[in-house]
Design a protein around this ligand. Structure first.
Ligand code: 6R9
Length: 656
């Protein structure tokens, strides 16, 4: 952690958000839990006796081929859940629905960026996944082998994941927007034998040449024996003789039946890479039973899945959100999942809303960064379309600023849809803190209360509890079923990063505080904290105040050394599309922030920018802004940056 040691004391919270929204009565009528007391009872029992709780959940929600002997073991910071049991994730996501009325229900409804659609029922998914699994076997893959998946957001990506799971092949999905270098590094780190990719994918009206990227990556990946290529764009690609094969050519000859093999509970399901603030990406390893249980149960309780729902999570399957809440948790519950291949604002700014209306989407799960960019575009788009099918909204990925929450609530949810602000991480596998829709009153900006079996604690660096409503490090006291088991190939790093920062508890790297109602407020990554005159302020809170200013669309705040105040505040601001910059605007914004938070938060400098640097999963890269604000240039690692032109624009501003 870059500023490790500088955070001995707690973080001051300056966000004062008093609005509270009570559960919608209509929604509550059909919700799985009667009221908050039922939640509290269940929660208490899950904390008092986690083994009994999770055992019961497993029996109720997952099909095992063979029952486990031991519910939980913990040795050298390695968790084992349901040891001795066998099961198959693909079986739980597909086969078990075939003997029910869900057999001919749509599992996936997909829309390509150019506008074509495909619907795949559970029965058809069974055939496709079986054929793909048989193809993997024909290519020599067996349980325990690793396969990389580098694809656009098309049904074949999901089919490939489930096919791997069906025969025990460990997948590592690499987001299709990553460069060849990132793909190469991930393949090398996880020793993949096979790469499944596509000729390309559509994004913003043009095709992204994925096979070319894959070829580049494979120049330095000797472990890759074959590359399977899905034809998506139809563009000409190089097929290397003896290595590359077309998906459609191989798969036609395969049988549409393939046994879902029984795998031990702790059999690795996937490796997913996440970039830390420093060092090389970490390959988080998730295993079979615990991960499936966590994603299945959180989906059931938090997304309130009914057979009539059409659920859309806008994340790509290349992220943990896509793994858990596009694929595994949803299909395990027999849900209908909508998927969209392309850019949110193509060909017009209203593409999202148009699709929600056309497909009668009922549940929408997206990220604050997307919400903020829609706010920036104005309300015409969402108002033009009939969004009345929506009944539940969710957010994930970053703290949601109260202003964005309110907009989501009013303009998208029409004040009737509960919003679940779900806090979790790649490492946690499934949602950890979130309202239970229908029973938890919500407060804009708070993820509210923990899920079953999750025992959060807000601690100081020395492990003592951060007192009262002061902020501190968000930690989780005990292991849970869906936690990552290790960093692939580096258990020492896993222990050090997550379990030894504060001895004996799981260290999330996020700052948080708890209010008088026991609600959790995530304040962002702890390295995004600014220390002004001895007060530690979470950047998120200053940003949330700033975006209430009528001209501001988005704001990122960073600290830079200041001889007097310790750190000074630099605010990078993007303005709403309709706003023209005038002389007094900076001054006005500065006064506004000071008025909202106090003198302490007065920015030393405000910079207007057209866009903020973000990771490909939409998180603002404050590290780069901090470097720019401090040194006037950016030399740090930018490999996870989404749009490189943003850097040029930021640099130009700096030279002005
Ligand atoms: C699921 C996912 C994890 C980090 C996490 C935190 C931030 C995610 C959040 C949130 C506040 C929420 N984060 N959800 N912060 N409120 N509801 O995003 O996983 O990509 O590993 O990122 O994202 O900082 O530590 P991942």
């Amino acid at each position: 952690m870059s500023n490790k040691g500088s955070l001995e004391v707690s973080i001051d919270s300056v966000l004062h958000e008093n609005r509270k929204f009570h559960p919608n009565k209509e929604f509550a009528k059909n919700y799985i839990l009667k009221d908050l007391n039922v939640y509290k009872k269940l929660y208490q029992s899950s904390i008092k006796n986690p083994k009994a709780f999770w055992e019961k959940m497993a029996i109720q929600n997952i099909v095992f081929f063979k029952k486990w002997r031991t519910v939980f073991k913990w040795k050298d910071y390695k968790a084992e859940w349901f040891t001795g049991g066998t099961l198959n994730v693909s079986f739980n996501c597909i086969d078990r629905h075939l003997i029910t009325e869900r057999k001919n229900k749509a599992a996936l409804i997909w829309e390509g960026e150019p506008g074509e659609t495909r619907t795949i029922t559970y029965q058809q998914l069974y055939s496709e996944v079986s054929r793909c699994a048989n193809m993997l076997k024909s290519l020599g893959l067996k349980a325990g082998d690793k396969a990389a998946i580098y694809m656009p957001l098309i049904p074949e990506a999901v089919i490939a994941m489930l096919a791997c799971a069906r025969i025990g092949v460990v997948h590592t999905v690499v987001f299709g927007g990553f460069s060849s270098n990132s793909l190469r590094d991930r393949i090398q780190d996880s020793n993949c034998k096979l790469l499944i990719t596509a000729d390309g994918g559509f994004r913003k009206g043009t095709s992204v040449k994925m096979k070319d990227m894959a070829d580049e990556a494979c120049k330095e990946t000797p472990t890759i024996k074959n590359v399977v290529v899905v034809k998506r764009t139809g563009e000409k690609v190089n097929m290397k003789l003896g290595r590359d094969v077309w998906w459609h050519e191989l798969i036609v000859n395969e049988s549409n039946q393939c046994e879902a093999i029984p795998l031990p509970s702790e059999h690795p399901l996937f490796i997913l890479y996440t970039s830390g603030t420093t060092g090389k990406p970490k390959g988080l390893l998730h295993t079979t039973a615990g991960y499936l249980l966590g994603t299945t149960v959180t989906t059931k309780y938090l997304f309130d899945i009914k057979d009539t729902d059409i659920y859309w999570c806008t994340a790509d399957v290349g992220w943990i959100t896509g793994h858990s809440y596009v694929v595994y948790g949803l299909l395990s519950n027999g849900a209908t999942v909508f998927m969209y291949e392309g850019a949110p604002t193509y060909p017009e700014a209203d593409r999202f809303w148009k699709m929600i209306a056309a497909h009668r989407i009922t549940i929408l799960y997206t990220a604050p960064t997307a919400i903020r960019s829609f706010i920036r575009l104005g309300n015409e788009g969402p108002l033009k379309h009939d969004l009345s099918s929506l009944r539940l909204l969710g957010t994930v990925g970053e703290p949601i600023n109260p202003e964005a929450w309110i907009w989501y609530h009013e303009v998208i949810g029409k004040k009737k849809c509960p919003i679940i602000d779900t806090w979790w991480q790649t490492e946690t596998g499934a949602i950890m803190i979130s309202p239970f829709p229908g029973i938890t009153s919500t407060k804009p900006g708070s993820a509210t209360l923990p899920f079953f079996g999750v025992e959060p604690a807000i601690l100081n660096k020395d492990g003592t509890p951060a007192k009262g409503t002061k902020g501190g490090y968000l930690c989780i006291k005990k292991p849970w079923p869906h936690m990552a088991r290790t960093i692939y190939g580096d258990h020492e790093r896993f222990k050090k990063t997550y379990w030894k920062e504060i001895d004996g508890v799981y260290f999330t790297g996020d700052g948080a505080h708890q209010d008088r109602d026991g609600y959790y407020w995530i304040m962002g990554r702890v390295d995004d904290v600014i220390n002004v005159s001895g007060h530690r302020l979470g950047t998120m809170e200053i940003e949330s105040a700033a975006v209430q200013h009528p001209s501001i669309a988005e704001c990122a705040v960073v600290g830079r050394p200041d001889p007097i105040r310790g750190q000074g505040i630099v605010a990078f601001v993007t303005l709403k599309k309709s706003v023209a910059v005038n002389e007094g605007l900076k001054d006005d914004i500065s006064k506004f922030i000071t008025h909202e938070i106090g003198n302490l938060a007065r920015p030393d400098e405000i910079r207007f920018t057209e866009a903020l640097p973000k990771t490909r999963s939409g998180k603002i890269m404050r590290r780069l802004l901090r470097e720019l604000a401090t040194t006037g240039t950016i030399k740090g690692d930018t490999t996870t940056l989404e749009d490189f032109s943003v850097l040029e624009k930021l640099r130009e501003k700096d030279e002005e």
